[in-house]
Design a binder for this molecule. Structure first.
Ligand SMILES: Cc1cc2nc3c(=O)[nH]c(=O)nc-3n(C[C@H](O)[C@H](O)[C@H](O)COP(=O)(O)OP(=O)(O)OC[C@H]3O[C@@H](n4cnc5c(N)ncnc54)[C@H](O)[C@@H]3O)c2cc1C
Length: 380
């Protein structure tokens, strides 16, 4: 087993780190405070090829793999979570279309996603169904060569700027759940209210409503049944975990620099044994999370990573990241809690990662199922 990054991966990491420090970090507070989409960063990163990093070269991507992507996302999130979310989304939704779509879907959408011209969102959650996908109610009724879609979605990340929705529906004539690609300008698509989330404020989440929305039958994703759709989330979970750890690393770095200069009781804070052990525990959490994320990402030989490895990585990394950020705030005292430092913003952004993409409880269900098999009474 080799734990070293390749030369190419080190170069991806180095370049993403440089952009995160010089371009993203200095403006990160603005997108949060103003609830503004970081368009100038998105354009810059698109020019550098980040939007299509893992997408196939034949569709305009760079042909990298999921391990390369998580390394890059970690660095970008160090500088600005809101910006990293757009890079994550382009690669994750582009990959979903590559893995589950028809050749026509790939040709029509993936090159535009790779160029950063088209933003796609995954529209699954509904007011009555989040964790439990069996309760999803959005319907697609066959009418000749169209489906007529009706239903309400919520919490759809980047919904207000997306041009395409990869939408979980029930095909009523077959009583089967699956995925339909719905373009934003299709009559009957309505963007509802912007969800007032505590974080991810530069990456707006919205309600999304379908009212007798007629979608050509060719827009059905050929490989996208419910199981494939749920399995495809393992990819996003590795990215989610990596962005959380990248942001937690930023909080850690801030706190370490702070305690090296701040004094109390005639000593540098960094000379107090109790605080030194806190720093050591934070470092252990970051390193362990990173290794679990890399292991899960490296398992993605055929497009999606191992479901249970991604669940292990997400569970540990989400909780480790929140603990590290909370400890970093504690190390910095009132300054850690002040808006003049980035820690409170980082905490708000990272808190959402433990809910988005499947909660840590749902990840534990997946892990337990991999260890113990399905439960008899629920099939879950
Ligand atoms: C920042 C953010 C971005 C998001 N982006 C998107 C998006 O782009 N697209 C999209 O479709 N959705 C998105 N979501 C929604 C997200 O996927 C759901 O919030 C999530 O799946 C949980 O669903 P819920 O909120 O309905 O909670 P519920 O499913 O109602 O769960 C409530 C609580 O019960 C627990 N729980 C539920 N079932 C079980 C069980 N079987 N065993 C143990 N505990 C259980 C949950 O873990 C949670 O703690 C986003 C959410 C957030 C916060």
């Amino acid at each position: 087993m080799n734990f070293d990054l390749t030369e190419e991966q080190r170069s991806f990491q180095h370049e993403a780190r440089r952009l995160a420090r010089t371009e993203l970090a200095p403006k990160a507070a603005r997108w949060d405070t103003e609830a503004e989409v970081p368009w100038e960063n998105i354009r810059l990163l698109a020019e550098h090829g980040y939007m299509g990093l893992i997408l196939p070269e034949e569709y305009g991507g760079a042909g990298a793999n999921l391990l390369d992507l998580v390394i890059v996302l970690e660095e970008l999130a160090w500088g600005c979570v809101n910006t990293s979310l757009f890079v994550f989304s382009a690669n994750a939704q582009g990959n979903r279309i590559v893995q589950l779509g028809t050749p026509e879907h790939k040709e029509r959408y993936v090159p535009r996603i790779a160029r950063g011209e088209l933003h796609a969102s995954h529209a699954m959650s509904e007011p009555g169904a989040g964790s439990d996908a069996r309760r999803l109610r959005t319907k697609a009724e066959r009418d000749g060569d169209h489906y007529v879609v009706n239903g309400n979605k919520c919490w759809i990340s980047r919904g207000s700027v997306a041009g395409l929705f990869i939408t979980n529906v029930t095909f009523t004539d077959e009583n089967k759940k699956g995925l339909l690609l719905i373009e934003r300008d299709t009559p009957g698509v309505e963007i509802g209210k912007i969800e007032p989330l505590m974080g991810h404020r530069g990456s707006p989440s919205t309600e999304l409503l379908f009212r007798d929305c007629r979608v050509p039958v060719e827009q059905r994703m050929s490989e996208g049944d419910l199981n494939a759709s749920l399995f495809s989330m393992s990819f996003s979970r590795c990215c989610n975990a990596a962005m959380g750890i990248g942001a937690a690393q930023r909080a850690f770095d801030e706190a370490v620099e702070y305690i090296k200069t701040r004094e109390a009781y005639s000593k540098k804070l960094s000379d107090l044994q109790g605080l030194r052990w806190m720093v050591a525990d934070m470092k252990v959490r970051l390193d362990a999370a990173r290794l679990l994320i890399y292991r899960a990402a490296a398992s993605a030989a055929s497009g999606f990573p191992s479901e249970s490895q991604a669940a292990v990585a997400k569970t540990f990394a989400n909780e480790a990241a929140l603990q590290v950020i909370s400890d970093a705030m504690q190390l910095m005292g009132a300054n850690g809690y002040s808006r003049e430092y980035p820690l409170e913003r980082i905490y708000r952004d990272v808190r959402g990662f433990a809910i988005a993409g499947g909660t840590t409880q749902i990840q534990r269900n997946l892990i337990a199922r991999a260890v113990l098999g399905k439960r008899d009474h629920s099939g879950n």
